[in-house]
Design a binder for this molecule. Structure first.
Ligand SMILES: [Zn+2]
Ligand SMILES: [Zn+2]
Length: 387
């Protein structure tokens, strides 16, 4: 079965919602206009329950099927935009300077709203579909905030599914894989304290530039020599701040970076070795180092059964040859990983065609992906909740 007919009819309406969200981007938890629009639409569709303010600005809609059943499935979209100045001339271009929907969350929200409208209209399933609209996916862990606010227990959610658009993947196609799909991301901040000195008398000081440079280099030995070469790991030092002028050896330096992996074990190993390397290297040069290691999003791990099920639904919509079930994992991150730590489920990529990349100022969500995305949600709910 290709695109659901009724969803095809909704295409222009969903597109209009998407473009309205695009024109009014909001950041992090500050998604008040978007959340209000989502809640208002869910109410107008006749959802059995619409809850707002979950995880600060998250919105949830509950839709019960016509047939009796105890199953509850959660479908999740994200609502937040990015602090990027949009570089397009689209008629629905961002109206807020310095903010834009550069990750396509406008499209994710609109597609799930379209599915909610269809599901509330038809209710051709047994059990309950819960549509979840979260804030702060971009670094704010909005999914975790909603979980901490009781999302999963309050609505009895047993399985969760997520979807993200993928630039470069043709429109109408899907990609997924069982197991790790996206990376854990932790951040490191290393504050170095040496002894400032005249640059002509370096022996009287402890040079934090030299120590910092050694640490940057030594950290790469962790990836090269401690991590199993068949596993994935990234340590990127992206900030190195030290010094004010060319004839003074600076007393302080700060390094900052990101640490990523595709398994919980590698993640643990990276943290342990980074601590040892930072402390040991600083000590070897007579400097003091303070490492602040902040865990971010966990590895996003798709459950095997739910992944097979999601791939089957996607194949129903797109055709079997248009669903890649062995999608290569990426070292980007997604806070849907928090939901997958709590409940079995699966996260899938949907083709955004030949667009600019995610987080690029020229990026735009492809409205031609809407029929496939919304049909996927609709069929997923109906199949998961088949009586
Ligand atoms: Zn993003
Ligand atoms: Zn995103």
């Amino acid at each position: 079965m290709p695109i659901v007919n009724r969803v095809a009819d909704l295409h222009p309406e969903i597109t209009a919602w998407r473009r309205d969200f695009h024109a009014h981007p909001e950041l992090q938890y500050d998604v008040h206009r978007t959340a209000a629009a989502v809640a208002e639409k869910l109410k107008s569709f006749g959802c059995d329950e619409v809850a707002t303010g979950i995880g600060r600005t998250g919105v949830v809609g509950v839709i019960r099927g016509r047939k009796a059943g105890g199953k509850v499935v959660g479908l999740r979209a994200d609502m937040d935009a990015l602090p990027i100045e949009e570089a397009t001339n689209l008629p629905y271009k961002s109206t807020v300077s310095g903010k834009m929907h550069a990750c396509g969350h406008d499209g994710h929200t609109a597609m799930l709203l379209g599915a909610a409208k269809y599901l509330a209209d038809t209710r051709n399933f047994a059990g309950t579909a819960v549509v979840i609209f979260q804030p702060a996916e971009e670094g704010g862990a909005g999914a975790l905030a909603m979980i901490k606010d009781g999302l999963l227990d309050r609505f009895g959610i047993q399985q969760v599914y997520g979807m993200h658009n993928g630039p470069g993947l043709p429109v109408g196609q899907f990609a997924i894989r069982s197991g790790p799909l996206m990376a854990s991301t932790d951040t490191i901040v290393i504050d170095l304290e040496g002894i400032g000195a005249h640059a002509g008398w370096p022996h009287r000081g402890v040079d934090t530039v030299l120590v910092g440079a050694q640490i940057v280099t030594q950290l790469q030995s962790i990836v090269a020599r401690n991590v199993d070469p068949l596993e994935a790991a990234v340590i990127s030092v992206c900030v190195f701040r030290a010094g004010e002028t060319e004839n003074v050896i600076p007393q302080h330096a700060q390094l900052r970076g990101t640490v990523r992996s595709l398994s919980a074990d590698v993640r643990k190993l990276l943290e342990k070795r980074i601590r040892q390397v930072v402390e040991g290297t600083a000590q070897a040069y007579g400097a003091k180092a303070e490492l602040t290691y902040t865990p971010g999003y966990p590895v996003l791990v798709n459950e095997e059964r739910q992944t097979a099920f999601a791939a089957e639904v996607a194949a129903e919509i797109a055709g079997k040859d248009k669903v890649n079930t062995d999608s290569t994992p990426i070292m980007g991150a997604e806070d849907f990983a928090f939901m997958l730590q709590e409940r079995p489920g699966a996260f899938i990529w949907i083709g955004n065609g030949d667009s600019a990349g995610l987080h690029h100022p020229a990026y735009d969500f492809n409205d031609e992906a809407i029929p496939a995305g919304t049909s996927y949600w609709v069929r997923l709910a109906e199949a998961a909740l088949a009586g």
